[in-house]
Ligand binder design. Structure first.
Ligand SMILES: C[S@@+](CC[C@H](N)C(=O)[O-])C[C@H]1O[C@@H](n2cnc3c(N)ncnc32)[C@H](O)[C@@H]1O
Length: 270
């Protein structure tokens, strides 16, 4: 489109408009190329150190959350109380649309201040879903850490929360579909929901043994087609969870996928 006050000959105006359009279109590509070049030292560092960790910058630029106002508004509200990045939160938000295809409720273990529970709860409410979220946490910090597979967590981290605080944050959002269970899961609170069936589980517990116990408890209660998302897949401080998800690859009753946003995804197929 030409600028309304364009006084140049018509051909020049078209050229100008075309250039502006191309610049706009290519700006994200230019930014991407710049970031790629800036990331080169990290790339060579990881090669030199012979590690399987490096800073990842995917080449795709499709970012649908930028046009989802409801998601962005909610994320802006919860992010000060969140340990989970926007891309992972978006995946949970979108996953709630998918889980309608599978029967069963939602389980979350690793709530901290409730941001991911709230994101899932708000989406389910918007969809008019009758699914409940059982959101489980010690509310006293990470449990069962410091095992041989854990490289950072020692136990007790993220204790700066409380059941009361999270109840308040959920109430602020007007959500009635989240049930909070306080205690180590599944040891102390699993019995409360022993007879439930699930379609989806978000596991954000930071430590290997904790994640493993949750997955084992859940598996027979997860309906086929059900999804498990491990939040801590591939992060440098939670190598135990990466190890745990990688162990699932050999099992025949599940599909395992590595999402570059840091979510390890497991789908139950039988
Ligand atoms: C990284 S935080 C969770 C972050 C949260 N999902 C968010 O939206 O910001 C990890 C939480 O896992 C909890 N946790 C770890 N192992 C647990 C277990 N076995 N049972 C219950 N809670 C556990 C900790 O108390 C901590 O609050």
């Amino acid at each position: 489109m030409l600028p309304a006050d364009c006084k140049l000959p018509i051909a020049n105006c078209q050229l100008y408009s075309h250039s502006v359009l191309m610049l706009k279109k290519n700006l994200s590509t230019l930014v991407f190329v710049f970031i790629r070049i800036a990331g080169l030292p990290f790339y060579y560092c990881s090669l030199l150190c012979r590690t399987s960790y490096q800073i990842i910058i995917p080449a795709n630029t499709y970012a649908p959350w930028l046009k989802d106002r409801k998601f962005l508004r909610l994320f802006r509200k919860v992010k000060r109380n969140s340990l989970v990045n926007k891309y992972q939160c978006w995946e949970l938000w979108k996953a709630m649309e998918q889980v309608g295809k599978v029967q069963g409720d939602i389980l979350e273990v690793g709530v901290w201040r409730g941001s991911t529970s709230i994101i899932m709860g708000a989406k389910l409410k918007a969809l008019g879903s009758s699914k409940q979220i059982y959101a489980c946490d010690t509310f006293e910090g990470v449990a069962k850490a410091a095992g041989p597979n854990d490289n950072y967590y020692k136990g007790g981290e993220h204790s700066n929360t409380s059941l009361n605080m999270v109840e308040g944050l959920i109430k602020e959002q007007g959500l009635g579909n989240i049930v909070l269970l306080k205690g180590t899961f599944p040891d102390e609170t699993g019995a409360n929901i022993d007879r439930e069936r699930f379609s989806f589980c978000h596991i954000d517990v930071d430590a290997y043994q904790s994640g493993r116990d949750v997955l084992e408890w859940l598996w027979d209660r997860l309906n086929p087609g059900g999804i498990v998302i491990f939040n801590d897949y591939g992060f440098p401080l939670t190598k135990g969870i990466t190890h745990l998800v990688n162990e699932q690859y050999q099992k025949n009753d599940r599909l395992v996928m590595h999402n570059l946003n840091g979510n390890g995804i497991i789908i139950k197929i039988k």
